[in-house]
Design a protein around this ligand. Sequence first.
Ligand code: HEM
Length: 116
Amino acid sequence: TLFEQLGGEAAVTAVTTQFYANIQADATVSNFFNGINMADQTNKTASFLCAALGGPKAWGGRNLKEVHANMGVTNDQFTTVIGHLRSALTSAGVAADLVEQTVAVAETVRGDVVTA
Ligand code: HEM
């Protein structure tokens, strides 16, 4: 699975931590996370990604369409955030083809997150 190829839960969590660091350093998307506990956010998104990448634990959290409803995320903002995931993967030393396969999995939630 992609989950195994990336190095399992610890590796996915490390990438997710860097993903949110990149987001918080980008004023075009950081405001969405004002007041959000980023440690919890990191753990939830890492758990979601582990499941989506073929890991052993099912996602036990909320439905992503309901979670992101009314945030007003645009397609361009989503694309920006995907770029932050891509750079987090690349900076972790993940091979380019595996980066793109992982990004493709994250892209599957675009329709649940984009509402504007
Ligand atoms: C929750 C924003 C993309 C997965 C949240 C929350 C915010 C947010 C503000 C916290 C909601 C709350 O606690 O009240 C955004 C923005 C995105 C984006 C602005 C893109 C522009 C994504 C992507 C994924 C994702 C690409 C998965 C790959 C999650 C998960 C939660 C969450 C798993 C927690 C759900 C739960 O509470 O059970 N998002 N998100 N988000 N987001 Fe996103």
